[in-house]
Design a protein around this ligand. Structure first.
Ligand SMILES: Cc1ncc(C[n+]2csc(CCOP(=O)(O)OP(=O)(O)O)c2C)c(N)n1
Ligand SMILES: [Mg+2]
Length: 673
């Protein structure tokens, strides 16, 4: 009989910890930790560069569990390697409220969890973003400081998702040699055999996209380890197809559909103990195995010390720059550069909203080389490349990523870049296509990652491209997302102010929503005060008496509200205009500020070229709304605004109807809140 591999007990330790935790929790997904135990052992014991005592060490290899349902695999690994936040009490409390061992892994770098995963496909795209960030940083700072790999555990599900194919395609094209996938090639998903839903050769999809593909027995530690070595040496990204048996070791379920997550019982664990000759109590890892696991981290610990020494030996200026970007701090002079731009733009002819963002982007180029801009094949209409070089296989120091028409991937890559750190990811596309990356935006918000999502073409204001390209419900849907700032600037000054806030905002993503059409100046001056930072402010106060009417607006409709105010003032109605570039920031202000701005009790009408949903909260008992109630249409923008009744006259009429209840009766539908 063959001798068992000396690392086999280490793999079994993963198996038993995982099964014990799942039995205790009465639920979980055993298929992955049991099926990938040897793969993970080969990676961690023979290759991975990490230092559990310093989980966020900059030059560590990154590991993403893209098949996030297999969370116990990662928790077991982190525990066995000695991550402080992954003590045994955490593993024992798997899936309990407050545990670091949540149902699916939740972003917590200090605990060793690089990204939140669970929605299949996101993780591999995150991993690709990390590999981009690493390659970019390496080009900039040299491989003495930046030289790590990104590994992703991947299941069949991730590769069935569309985003999986987007990732295969672009990562191969960009030649991301430090990206290594470990595919749990078990021929099974939740429904049963993969033959139910797929007939192509998955590995071939990688080959044709310029990946190195290696195929091994995923339960053979030496074979997996050798494949990882080959992957590290190859300049292409690598996919290691590891043929495995789901739930291996669990007699009742291995290789079966139920291996994925069928309920486990004490008897299953007992049976596995017998079958694998593991005479230890639940959660009891024998000292020699524990020691062997700890010993696997020695190599990383040494690398950590060498890296620290190289960092310390750097010339001060270089070290300061490096440390600044690692910490995500803004460079000196960023604010004054933006404030100078504010007055400059204010003094110029009005420009298209997205062009303002492009100008801001240009102004930051030299100051913030850590910005990495991705765009989904809309370079010309969005203008964010101008002063940047393309990031390519030959030139990974380029700061502009031609993502191709792959919005979902772009969003998820940006999340990976932000989680990796050292770069400031910016994603650019049209607002209507944000739906294609919404799953990634949701993950950015959930993780609290500082991604800047820039959007152009924000309304019917785009005109003739028609309703497919005219978002009407998307502002409302983005505003519904917790922890997402949604900013819609009204003019050049607000555009700069919103970017100023966005750059400083580190606790979550920001959606910066710009019009395609020119935004007339609505601010009288370009003072250094950031009025947009409070989310909403009185742009023009009522004159000639106490305020009677409050008009609320965002973006391109602020100019329209000002025109309506003109008319109302002329009719003797003291009217204020409140610009509301960011609801979320306004909601954070205190009650006194809310009262001052909104003056509840005055007749309030909101105007936005979008659906009403959500505005109710600012409109009070006698409020009205002027906006969209259907999808848009194809035609010149000014005609569309008239056709859909979004005009200064319509705002004035809405005010008058509210002031005169009799008139209101006849138009309840139009103005009801
Ligand atoms: C986007 C998404 N769709 C569906 C699910 C639900 N789900 C979780 S695991 C799984 C099966 C995935 O199969 P595979 O990746 O092969 O994992 P295995 O069964 O081999 O562990 C499904 C459908 C999910 N988590 N994410
Ligand atoms: Mg599978």
């Amino acid at each position: 009989m063959d001798q068992p591999h000396p690392l086999q007990p280490l793999a079994h330790a993963i198996r038993f910890l995982s099964v014990d935790a799942i039995v205790r929790a009465t639920e979980g997904h055993q298929g992955v930790p049991l099926g990938m135990a040897e793969i993970a052992t080969a990676l961690y014991a023979n290759h991975l560069k990490h230092h559990p005592a310093d989980p966020t060490w900059w030059d560590r290899d990154r590991v993403v569990l893209s098949n996030g349902h297999g969370s116990m695999l990662v928790y077991s690994l982190l525990h066995l390697c000695g991550y402080e936040r992954m003590g045994l009490e955490q593993v024992r409390s798997f899936r309990e409220f407050g545990s670091h061992c949540a149902g699916h892994p939740e972003y917590d770098p200090a605990a060793g969890i690089e990204v939140t995963t669970g929605p299949l496909g996101q993780g591999i795209a995150n991993a690709m973003g990390m590999a981009v960030a690493e390659a970019y940083q390496r080009a900039r700072f040299g491989s003495d400081l930046v030289n790590h790999y990104t590994y992703a555990f991947v299941g069949d599900g991730c590769l069935q998702e569309g985003i999986g194919q987007e990732m295969i395609s672009l990562a191969g094209h960009l030649g991301l040699g430090h990206l290594i996938l470990l595919w749990d090639d078990n021929l099974i998903t939740d429904d049963g055999s993969t033959a139910l839903s797929i007939s192509e050769n998955v590995a071939e999809r990688f080959r044709v996209a310029q990946w190195q593909v290696l195929e091994v027995d995923g339960h053979d530690i030496n074979a997996v380890s050798a494949a990882i070595e080959a992957a590290k040496q190859d300049p292409r990204p690598s996919m290691i197809a590891c043929r495995t048996t789901i739930a291996r070791g669990l007699a009742r379920l291995q290789g079966q559909r139920g291996g994925h997550s069928a309920r486990l019982y004490d008897e299953d664990a007992q049976q596995m103990r017998q079958d694998l000759n593991w005479p230890h109590a639940p959660f009891d890892i024998p000292p020699e195995v524990q020691k062997a696991w700890r010993a696997t981290t020695q190599h990383g610990t040494q690398e950590h010390a060498r890296w620290q020494a190289r960092l310390a030996a750097l010339p001060t200026a270089q070290r300061n720059t490096f440390e600044r970007v690692l910490q995500g701090q803004l460079p000196e002079g960023w604010l004054s550069a933006l404030q100078a731009l504010k007055s400059e733009l204010h003094g110029q002819q009005p420009q298209g909203g997205i062009n303002l963002s492009a100008a801001i982007n240009d102004a930051l180029t030299d100051l913030m080389p850590e910005r990495l801009v991705g765009c989904a094949d809309l370079e010309a209409p969005t203008g964010h490349k101008r002063r940047l070089q393309a990031f390519t296989a030959q030139n990974p120091g380029g700061a502009y990523l031609h993502c191709g028409v792959r919005e979902h991937l772009m969003g998820a890559m940006c999340n990976g870049m932000a989680a990796h750190g050292g770069v400031v990811p910016v994603s650019v596309t049209y607002l209507a296509f944000s739906d294609y990356m919404r799953p990634a935006m949701r993950m950015a918000a959930l993780m609290g990652l500082p991604v800047k999502f820039v959007f152009s073409h924000d309304s019917i204001g785009i005109g003739k491209n028609g309703p497919t390209h005219q978002p009407v419900e998307i502002l409302a849907s983005l505003r519904a997302m917790p922890n997402m700032l949604v900013m819609r600037p009204a003019d050049a000054v607000e555009a700069v102010e919103c970017w100023e806030v966005a750059l400083q905002h580190r606790s979550g993503p920001v959606s910066l929503v710009f019009a395609r059409q020119a935004l007339p100046h609505v601010r009288a001056t370009a003072d250094t005060n950031n009025h947009s930072a409070r989310g909403a402010y009185v742009l023009a106060e009522a004159q000639g008496g106490p305020r009677e009417v409050t008009l609320l607006a965002t973006g391109s409709e602020v100019a329209l509200a000002l025109a309506a105010r003109e008319q109302l003032q002329q009719q003797g109605t003291p009217t204020a205009v409140v610009s509301m570039p960011c609801w979320e920031l306004f909601d954070q202000q205190d009650a006194a500020y809310h009262r001052q701005v909104l003056q509840t009790g005055t007749v309030t009408v909101a105007v936005e070229a979008a659906v009403q949903q959500g505005w109710e909260r600012y409109l009070g008992p006698c409020g009205g709304f002027v906006g969209m109630r259907s999808f848009g249409a194809s035609g010149p923008a000014d005609m569309l605004f008239k056709h859909f009744g979004i005009t200064a006259e319509a705002v004035v009429q809405a005010v008058q109807r509210l002031q005169n209840p009799k008139l209101m009766q006849s138009s309840v539908q139009e103005t009801s809140t």
